[in-house]
Design a protein. Structure first.
Length: 379
């Protein structure tokens, strides 16, 4: 059997499959959860209760957050806390642990750096890798110094770019904070910017800075409901759609093999495209700068036209964006007006006092002026 699909077709096929499975899963779980008693919901951790650990200055506070309640259960100074204080904190956390579905560590704004970046659209598939490699260009830190997360906040199809929100914090700071929380018996399930400083409104869309090594597995009580529902769903699917699923799996396996075969070439082409775009942008920039700055020949031609024949130039300097003339003239003061009338010069002025040459009787002068682009604008 010959199957020929483009990468775009394969992506749409996978996306449609995920969307159908997601809709079925949401409907099925909603029906089961609606039939469960509230005490069982609380036991399985499926409610909205969560423990929020927040740092402000040198203090750590722990708050139990429920839909109808917000209660602080512990608060201590990080630098002066004693073993007895930590034991009390552990007891307070253990008392509410069963009711908490999540443990969120919220970082203060001063400990988090947020940047909005614009990147080529071709980097989206490997955006995390690109941000890691270019971290020292986007921020004052290297990849090994920080934990970071990102969100794609927009796509501009005409310009072929992405808007990316980058959030990061120092590894040294977060590792120390997580280690101290472990001494309290707390392992956060997420590390986020405090809600009042987060750019996103929805909590679920905020960047999560929790290191991979600290991401805990779900406890058995949190796994019980999804595993049970998954077993029931799989049994129903196996009984009703066994053959179509097997056929789809075989087709998908062949398509994935084709994708793996061309993936290196696709990645190499994407990198080459990005490199070409970067070089083209640099070339355009230098070309624009060149067109904005008058050439040396244009400047010499203009000076030859402006400076009168009774003036002798002994030295010509061209600092950045300026011209400086050293020489003698019968009337140095008249040169200022002549240079101001030029379309390529402005702000002509004497750089030093005018003196007389006792031998020739001419004025010795040093005149400075700013260069203008051929169109009359400053370069």
């Amino acid at each position: 059997m010959n199957v020929s699909l483009s990468l775009a077709d394969l992506g749409r096929l996978k996306a449609d499959g995920r969307q159908l499975l997601s809709r079925f899963w949401c409907w099925w779980t909603a029906e089961i959860v609606a039939a469960m008693p509230s005490w069982l919901m609380q036991f399985l951790g499926s409610g909205e209760s969560r423990l929020v650990v927040a740092q402000q200055n040198d203090r750590l506070s722990m708050t139990l957050v429920r839909p109808d309640e917000r209660r602080k259960i512990a608060d201590f100074d990080r630098d002066t806390v004693t073993d007895a204080d930590l034991a009390d904190v552990r007891s307070a956390v253990d008392a509410v642990r069963l009711a908490c579905r999540r443990i969120d560590l919220e970082l203060p704004r001063g400990r988090v750096l947020q940047r909005k970046l614009r990147l080529p659209a071709g980097t989206e598939e490997r955006l995390g890798q690109v941000l890691g490699f270019e971290m020292d260009r986007f921020t004052p830190f290297t990849r090994d110094q920080v934990y970071f997360d990102y969100r794609v906040s927009g796509r501009d199809a005409p310009s072929g770019t992405l808007s990316v929100d980058l959030t990061l914090t120092l590894r040294s700071y977060l590792d120390g904070l997580l280690k101290q929380l472990e001494s309290c018996g707390i392992r956060p399930t997420a590390v986020r910017v405090a809600e009042k400083f987060a750019r996103e409104a929805a909590d679920s869309s905020r960047a999560d800075l929790l290191p991979e090594a600290y991401r805990p597995d779900l406890r058995w009580r949190a796994r019980a409901l999804p595993l049970g529902l998954a077993a029931i769903a799989l049994a129903l699917l196996a009984a009703t759609v066994a053959l179509p699923v097997a056929h789809r799996a075989e087709t998908l396996s062949e398509l994935e093999a084709q994708v793996r075969a061309i993936e290196p070439d696709a990645l190499a082409a994407a990198e080459l495209r990005d490199e070409i775009a970067s070089v083209s942008g640099q070339a355009a920039f230098f070309q624009a700068r060149r067109s904005e700055t008058p050439t040396t020949l244009q400047m010499l031609d203009e000076l030859t036209r402006v400076v009168p024949d009774d003036t002798w130039v002994s030295r010509l300097e061209l600092p950045s964006g300026q011209v400086r003339l050293h020489g003698e003239s019968e009337s140095a003061s008249s040169l200022i007006a002549l240079m101001e009338a030029s379309t390529m010069l402005r702000n002509a002025r004497f750089a030093s006092p005018v003196t007389k040459n006792p031998r020739t009787g001419n004025d010795r002068f040093v005149i400075e002026a700013e260069l203008l682009a051929p169109g009359g604008a400053a370069p």
